[in-house]
Structures are given as C-alpha cells and as structure tokens.
Design a protein around this ligand. Structure first.
Ligand code: 0RA
Length: 633
C-alpha cells in the first residue's frame, strides 16, 4: 500500500488541513473547553454509528495520562481497501479528507448542518497526533498522523482475531485554548449515549485518577426517564414508552409525570442533544395538549366546551425523553442545538397523539392520574392569573411599579443597560457606590429566595424578592414572557464565593432556566467574577481570581517575600472602588456568559439539593464535601 509521493490528492489533503487549522471555529464551534470536547464527541459518534448499524456492542473510552484520549469499538473496522477515486487506502482518506455523506460513510441518519458530523479528519487536523488501529480481515492495520498529516503509509502491524477500530488522539495545544479533558463532561455524554443506544455497553476509564465506570442501559429511554425522576414521587410506574415511524423519521419517546410543577423534556435528534428544542419538541407539546384535552373531554372531566387544558397545565410535572432520527436534519441557532425541519413537527405530533391515545385507552388508571393533575394545574393557573392581575394593579397604584430596592440607571437604552443582582444589603450598598450609574443598575437580594422547585407560579408571585426581580427585568415569566420588554441586556449575578453565594446563584439560575429561559438562550445572563486575592507590594496592587493566578502574580511582583496578601471572603470586604475595578467596570472585569447547559446543570443540582428525597441530597453533599469546605474557608 505505497503512498504516491506528491500528487493531486496530497495537495487536496494539505489544503483541507490548513483550512481547518486556520478557522477551527467554523468546524467545531470554538477552541475553548467546549470545542475540545467536541473533538471527543466526533470520534465517539463514529463508533456509535457502528452501533446504529447493528455492528457494534462495546465501546471503551480512555483518558490517558499523556493528554490523549482513545475510543475503541468492536465494529466492522474502517475499510482499508483502496479507495477508487484517490487510489489510497479508504482508511487514510476517511482520516484526512472524507466528509459525511460520501460513499464510505455508511450511516443513514447522518448529522449534517450542525457542528457534529464534520468528519474525523477535522479532529485529526486539530490534533498534535492521531493514531488509528483497524482490526479487519484477520489483520491489524495502523497509521499515525501529526497535525493531520500521515507520517507513514497504512501498514499491517499484526494479526487480529476480531474486528473493530481504535482511535486515539492528543489535541493540539497550539490551537486549542485548553487540552485538559473533563471527566464529568465526558461521563455525562457517555451515559446519555448509553441511554439513547440501549444495545451498547460503554466503558469509561480515566487513567489520571484510575476511576472506571460502565454505562449500559438495556431499558433505553424508559431508564433515562426513571433516572431523571430519581428521588421524586411519580404519578404512575413504569414510564410510558412509544415508538413510531412517519415517512423516514423514527420517533421514540418515554414519558412520566411526577408530582412537581416543572417540566423536564430532553430532546435528541440523531443522538444529538437539541438543548434549544425545535420542531420536534413543538410537535410533542402540541400532541400532549391535544391528547389530554380529548381524553378529558371524552370522559367528562372537562365540563364546558370552552373549558380547556393549556400547554402550561399539561406541562406541570411532565418528564420526557424524545429521540428522533431524521434523514437530513437542519440545525439552527448560535450553538446549532435547535431542530429546524418543519415537517418533523407534524410527524411527531401525529405519532405521539395516536400512540398515546391508544395507550391511555388501555391504561385508564394512567389516563385518570394525568387528567386529574392537569385539571388541578388549570385551576391553579386561574388563581395565578387573578394574583397577577392584582399585582399589576397594585404596581400601577404605587406608581411606576419598579421595586423600591432597585437602584436604577439613568440610561433608558436596554442595549447599554446592565442589572447587577447582588447578594445581601451590605454588598448591595457597596455596588451602588461603585457602579457607573449612567448604565449600571443594582438590585440587592436579601436572605433566602423562595424555593421554586416546590412553588407554583401563583405562590412564586407572592414572594417579594421574586416580584422585585421580575419587575426589574421587565419581560414577565412563563408563557407570557416578552423579550422585547427587557430593560437590561446584561443581567449579572454577583454573589460571594462561599456556600451561601453558590446557593443563591443556583437558585437564580434555576429560576431563569425554568421560568425565563429565553434570557439565557439569547445570551443576557452573566456571572461576575470577583477576585479571591488582593496582592500588594510597595505602591503596586494586583488582584488574583484563582490560587494559580495568585502564585503567578506574586512571582511577578518579585516572589512571595514582601508581597502583602489579602484573601477576600466575600464581596463585602471590598470597598466601592475595589469592587468597581475588579468586578464591575467593563474595561477591567471578567464576565462569564451563562449557557443553557450551565443553567440546566444548576437546575439538576437544585433538584438534588431542594427535592424532597433525603438520600440523593445526602449522597451529593458527601461526594462534594471537599469542594464545599473549600468554598467555605
Ligand atoms: C465505513 C464503512 C464501514 C464501516 C466504517 C466506515 C466504520 C467507521 C468507524 C469509525 C469508528 N469506528 C468505525 N467502524 C466502522 C462498513 C464496512 C463494512 O461493510 O465492512
């Protein structure tokens, strides 16, 4: 299998490589920690494609101590025979040029249009080195690449009595901003993939700390839903599972109701988590509302013809995982995490409507439990509407309606304006002094904010803190949210770096995630980064935001000797000027933009910390005891 010296295809390979290395963001979204893990998803999903083809049952993922990661599967092995067009081993072509959709791409439900499915050659181009081993036809083949370029032809390195592929790569630190894999992030995705693909067992080994986990969920989506509802009371058991096909679209759904007030819907398209939803989720919601209304009417639970259950009623306590396979998915939005195919709405709606109605016919106890819950929600909604009307009128009578605690800014231009949500009256006071009152507003939040997990909308609105927050932001909440009324384009959470601070941050993020999600998806929510240390030598003052940075800055100031060091325990220990310079002033501060993933994580954390079940909470606190004590010093 000699490689021709220098020919047209070599040129094509080199051009392709330099395009990827010049504009990595175009292929993997970004070069930060998210982009880094994108490389991993790309490689893992290649093996998952073999699972979908029914040709693979085991995948081993290993984080190695040399900074590389490997993915080994027992699929058919990437073909090695000569590629008819390029006259080189297909393996080399797949690793260096081939895109999804070509002859050697065997997956039916390919993932085009999004950031996934860009091709393993993209990972290769962004790796310091990449090594691939193929076991096929009794032989083991091997090839190594450096920054995407093969350093030798594909060669046989031994015998093989099974088939499969091992891909191992070390991301290129000269392109990627970070090259440290995150065990939790990878573990979460592998667990998710094992629920979505019940036929596969995924082993996950982190050689850095010796930890090992196996993900295998033969129960698929049903087990996924049970996992989501772990620790909460459910209305019926087991979850309902539906499967249907409409045209070329495959639809799988598992659903259950818990006795809470919030909705958890995870939706996947070709195994990709569409965190921003899309047409498939719209179809699911429409089907749920229509099915429950028809069922309730048919059995006389809804009296008057005009009476009806709304989407919001039907969503209370709804927990579901929807997985669709779409032939040519169109992914939209900034993060390409929203399905755009308009035909999918009707396909999902009709499939779920038909199958769920059938299921409820056969399981009347489940039907009655669902309808009773939704009717109750509908009554609470009516009560909430009245409460809201009352608050509005009250607001008008008091004039203006903005909360008394709010120190507003002068500017009336939302695009320029910022709202700082500050923990405690004392730090609130400092922030008011330190802000630029032209465009920065401050709202201090006192004490514990209401537990939104257990509260219904009407109860939430009775809480003064929540009302101040909602009025200050201006967009309303829930189904009536109107983003055009947003009063500040930046909403900035500024809390202490201790347990209480992280608790309040989790609460706020949960509230935003559950009731004001567009604020997050449109990128309006931020977390301020306050310094942990103030360092001083002579007349020079510097701030450090982490322990590592403290050590570096101390060294820059001439070593720890003679450097004064103050550790901030909370925002309240800074004076107004220090707070302004380090945390608030646009020229010198650092803001972290909150993503739906961050907030979703806060949400599940919140469920554990606030939920009614004691055991998961005890486990969580035990597992994270070290982090918590660190935060508290
Ligand atoms: C193209 C065709 C066939 C398999 C594969 C690619 C393949 C790709 C990857 C990537 C990771 N693991 C993989 N395993 C297989 C089908 C080959 C045949 O029909 O034998």
């Amino acid at each position: 299998m000699a490689t021709p010296a220098y020919d047209a295809s070599s040129i094509q390979i080199l051009e392709g490589l330099s395009a990827v290395r010049k504009r990595p963001g175009m292929y993997i979204g970004s070069t930060d920690v998210r982009g880094l893990h994108h490389l991993v998803w790309e490689v893992v999903e290649n093996s998952i494609d073999e699972v979908l083809a029914g040709a693979c049952t085991d995948i081993d993922v290993t984080i190695h101590t040399d900074g590389s990661i490997s993915v080994r599967d027992n699929g058919r092995g990437i073909p090695v025979e000569e590629h008819p067009k390029y006259h080189r081993p297909a393996l080399e072509i797949v690793m260096t040029v081939l895109h999804a959709g070509s002859k050697f791409d065997k997956s039916t439900y390919k993932v085009s249009g999004g950031l996934h499915g860009v091709g393993v050659h993209v990972v290769n181009a962004l790796s310091e080195w990449f090594e691939v081993r193929v076991r096929r036809g009794g032989h083991e083949y091997f090839q190594r690449y450096e920054r995407g370029v093969p350093i030798a032809p594909v060669r046989v390195v031994g015998d093989a009595d099974s088939t499969g592929t091992t891909q191992r790569f070390k991301p290129d630190g000269s392109i990627m901003e970070t090259v440290v894999f995150d065990k939790e992030t990878i573990g979460r995705r592998l667990k998710e993939l094992s629920f979505l693909n019940p036929g596969v067992a995924i082993q996950f080994l982190d050689e850095r700390d010796g930890s090992r986990e196996t993900f295998h969920h033969a129960g698929g989506l049903v087990e996924f839903v049970e996992d989501l509802n772990q620790g909460v009371s459910v209305l019926f058991q087991p979850p309902v599972a539906l499967h249907a096909r409409r045209d070329t679209t495959e639809i799988d759904l598992a659903l259950q109701y818990n006795d809470g007030y919030n909705e958890t819907v995870l939706a996947f398209v070709n195994n990709i988590n569409t965190i921003d939803g899309g047409t498939h989720v719209v179809g699911l919601r429409a089907a749920m509302t229509r099915t429950l209304n028809d069922y309730a009417r048919g059995r006389g639970f809804l009296k008057a013809e005009k009476e009806g259950l709304t989407g919001e009623d039907v969503r209370e306590g709804f927990t579901a995982v929807l997985s669709v396979k779409v032939l040519e998915p169109q992914f939209e939005g900034q993060t390409k995490a929203k399905l755009g195919n308009s035909e999918v709405k009707g396909q999902v709606e009709s499939a779920v409507y038909e199958k769920l109605a059938e299921y409820l016919e056969e399981h009347p106890a489940v039907g009655q439990a669902l309808v009773a819950k939704a009717v109750q929600a509908s009554q609470a909604r009516e009560a909430a509407r009245k409460a809201r009307e009352l608050t509005r009128r009250k607001g008008l009578l008091e004039g203006g309606g903005l909360p008394g605690k709010l120190a507003d800014c002068h500017s009336r231009d939302p695009a320029r304006s910022e709202l700082f949500l500050v923990e405690g009256d004392s730090a609130g006071g400092t922030a008011k002094q330190g802000r630029d009152r032209e465009f920065q507003a401050v709202l201090p939040l006192r004490g514990k904010i209401l537990n939104v997990e257990k509260a219904r909308l009407d109860q939430m609105l009775q809480n003064e803190q929540i009302r101040s927050l909602i009025t200050a932001i201006g967009v309303g909440i829930g189904d009536e949210l109107d983003l055009s009324r947003l009063r500040y384009h930046k909403i900035i959470l500024m809390t202490d770096a201790d347990v209480d601070g992280s608790h309040i941050r989790t609460l706020l993020l949960t509230l935003f995630y559950r009731k004001m999600q567009p604020l997050i998806t449109e990128g309006h929510v931020f977390i301020a980064q306050a310094p942990l240390y103030r360092l001083e030598k002579g007349s020079r003052v510097a701030y450090a935001y982490s322990d590592q940075e403290r050590d570096r800055v101390a060294a820059e100031l001439g070593g720890p000797k003679g450097v004064g060091q103050q550790r901030y325990k909370g925002l309240g220990e800074m004076n107004a000027e220090q707070l302004a310079v380090t945390t608030m002033h646009p020229g010198s501060r650092t803001l972290l933009r909150v993503t739906v993933e961050d907030a979703g994580y806060a949400n599940s954390l919140f469920q554990i910390l606030m939920g009614e079940e004691v055991e998961p909470r005890r486990q969580y606190i035990q597992q994270h005891a070290v982090e918590v004590t660190n935060l508290d010093i």
